[in-house]
Ligand binder design. Structure first.
Ligand code: PRX
Length: 622
């Protein structure tokens, strides 16, 4: 049978069965409505009503009130860990929900979060869901300008932040960054400040409120809002090939069903297990597998405020030993950076509690896979290589722990109910094993994004027009003779740096804001730790002799516009870029130069100035 001979009836039966695992205020009649043609209005479990906090918090607070829902491990190892039971979580979420209501926030309003990884972030997000407000978490490493852009686009009415966040030795003054951002955000009426680092900051009377003050007048039992299946749950911004980052919109019931199902299935999670996903809530992984997946399953989730290298490179292993973590889910970048510190570090710790390891966010190379397997899992733990995206909401293709075979660098098989196909560049489906195809999804799945916030047309254009009738992921993949998938990376102008996603155009726009820059072109190049590094080719108005200063200014500009995570690793000043006669930059050539594949530059005769390639190669930076 072909790998992609999917039976939609069976798929719907599967999702119907999964939906039975939840408490509903009203059940659904229609499993799925809509497809990937026309206006792509997808609805799952259309008539159903519930609230995700009923399923993630309330029901466990009733049945297992004393069970630990959240373990909080702070930035500094000397800070005592905090354990929050389901009953305590329920009370905290209820109180926070009432705080929002007291500020006049209502169903459908957007609440933006710009915080460090503290329990208050998880509680704040769940409380937003409880009152039917839409959460929009912005990673605390983005700049004021990025934050402002996301607030402006979402129309958020409330911003929740910390005074500051600990990140290793540093304190990031989050409130100051918020103040800067809010100069241009008239929609924000209230700012809620959770005091954490106690760094100096300003409070604007009437707009800014301390959380501890607001909590004095809060309700430990606050009823949840009854949500329709397709009511928005959250917006999460992510980068694409073109334009500004887009706010992917996820809705209530379908997201809930797939988050819970994929968590249980992929990780083989059992009742007393302790799950640690290292992702920050600013990313989709933090939403689905640090927060909703474990809590919907009544599990214990560990949240970690710090970084892997503070106070030293043993921190992760120490946390695993200390809390007897059973499931450890992280990104290949983290694995590679810890591998570089030597095999001795993980060996110093007792990590026998570990049962399952997971990888996410970028392709994992075989060497990192083997190191993870041997040095962290001691050869005993399956590694689930989970492929998915902000758009997919949950894991789509992955090994299932203890059920299917792990193959280094292969995500292997789709989850039940998920329908990947590979197509060639003309959109024809490739039926057999293939070395390279464009990865698409044939049928809708419950946790898929429903739209781009405020721009449904862009949603249709971005995902459903390249290959008609299916969702295009932007990734390339190989499928072997056993129908196992290996994700090879993006085939569009998106780069994946340390598991963080950027559009090359977005970084170019930031570089071009420097007054000396005429034009730039950015590509991803292979980087031993980050997976991809950022390589910028820059043309300036005048030759400046202080190139180091200029490089720093350009990096500072990117930090200001996007954030430090998007700073170029390599900057090469050039007098021209390889352009076609019609003025289009031939990135393919720049990518080959970045990859050091100078023998396969392809046809350069169509370039306006073919010699430009030789000049760029001469000044090459890697
Ligand atoms: O290129 C794929 C890569 O990360 C992209 C999605 O990025 P983002 O929306 O930020 O979500 C990351 C966390 C789910 C994908 O298009 N990617 C994600 N997981 C894998 C991966 N590439 C290879 N293997 C994976 N397991």
């Amino acid at each position: 049978m072909s790998a992609t001979n999917y039976d939609l009836k069976k798929i719907l039966e599967h999702w119907d069965n999964e939906a039975k695992n939840f408490q509903w205020h009203r059940s659904h009649q229609t499993t799925l409505e809509g497809d990937f043609t026309g206006d792509v209005k997808i609805k799952w479990f259309k008539e159903a009503q519930t609230n995700i906090t009923l399923n993630a918090v309330d029901r466990h607070a009733k049945t297992t009130p004393q069970k630990t829902a959240i373990i909080f491990e702070a930035n500094h190892p000397d800070t005592p860990a905090q354990e929050i039971s389901y009953l305590e979580l329920s009370t905290a979420v209820n109180r926070m929900a009432s705080v929002y209501k007291n500020l006049g926030i209502k169903k459908g309003d957007v609440i933006c979060f710009y915080m460090g990884m503290t329990p208050e972030l998880v509680i704040g997000v769940l409380a937003a869901a409880r009152i039917g407000a839409i959460h929009s978490v912005v990673f605390g490493g983005f700049s004021a300008q990025s934050l402002a852009g996301r607030i402006e686009d979402s129309g958020a009415v409330c911003l929740v932040t910390n005074d500051g966040a600990y990140r290793g030795e540093k304190i990031i003054n989050l409130k100051d960054i918020c103040d800067e951002a809010l100069k241009n955000c008239p929609t924000i009426q209230n700012v809620i400040v959770h005091t954490h680092t106690k760094n100096a900051h300003q409070m604007l009377s009437g707009r800014d409120h301390y959380l501890h003050e607001l909590l004095k007048n809060s309700d430990p039992q606050f009823p949840f809002e009854i949500m329709n299946a397709e009511d928005p749950l959250f917006i999460l911004y992510t980068s694409g090939s073109t334009g500004k980052p887009k706010g992917l919109l996820h809705t209530t019931a379908g997201y809930m069903v797939h988050a819970a199902y994929s968590f249980r299935e992929v990780f083989d999670f059992k009742e007393n297990d302790i799950f640690w996903c290292t992702a920050d809530l600013g990313w989709i992984t933090g939403h689905t597998y640090t927060t909703y997946g474990p809590l919907l399953n009544g599990g214990t989730t560990l949240i970690f405020e710090g970084i892997p290298t503070f106070p030293n490179g043993e921190r992760f292993w120490q946390v695993i030993e200390k809390h007897k973590v059973t499931h450890f889910y992280t990104a290949p970048t983290a694995i590679r950076s810890l591998e570089a510190l030597g095999d001795e570090l993980p060996q110093k710790y007792k990590m026998g509690s570990l049962k399952v390891l997971g990888s996410v966010g970028e392709p994992i190379n075989e060497e990192a896979w083997e190191w993870f397997h041997l040095n962290v899992g001691k050869g005993n733990c399956p590694i689930v290589d989970t492929w998915w995206q902000t758009e997919t909401g949950g894991i789509m293709i992955s090994t299932l722990a203890n059920k299917t075979e792990c193959v280094p660098s292969f995500a292997t098989y789709p989850l039940q109910g998920i329908t990947p196909i590979l197509v060639d560049n003309t959109g024809d489906e490739l039926k057999e094993s293939v070395n390279e195809g464009n990865l698409c999804i044939k049928y809708p799945w419950p946790s898929m994004a429903r739209s781009i916030w405020g721009d449904h047309e862009r949603f249709i254009q971005t995902y459903f027009t390249t290959y008609k009738g299916c969702y295009f992921t932007g990734d390339g993949a190989k499928r072997d003779q056993l129908n196992r998938y290996r994700i090879t990376g993006r085939v569009d102008d998106v780069i994946n740096v340390s598991g963080h996603r950027f559009g090359t155009a977005e970084i170019e726009d930031a570089i071009d804001e420097h007054h000396d820059v005429v034009e730039s072109a950015v590509i991803g190049y292979p980087h031993p730790i980050k997976g991809q590094g950022i390589y910028a080719f820059v043309i300036c108005h005048h030759k400046r002799s202080d190139t180091e200063v200029l490089e720093k200014e350009i990096r500072d500009m990117v930090t200001k516009v996007i954030g430090p995570i998007a700073k170029p690793d390599l900057i090469q000043f050039v007098d021209a870029l390889p352009k076609t006669r019609s003025g289009k930059i031939m990135r393919r050539i720049l990518r080959k130069i970045g990859e050091n594949e100078l023998g396969s530059l392809g046809d350069t005769s169509t370039l306006l100035d073919p010699d430009v390639v030789n000049r760029i190669i001469k000044g090459k930076k890697n």
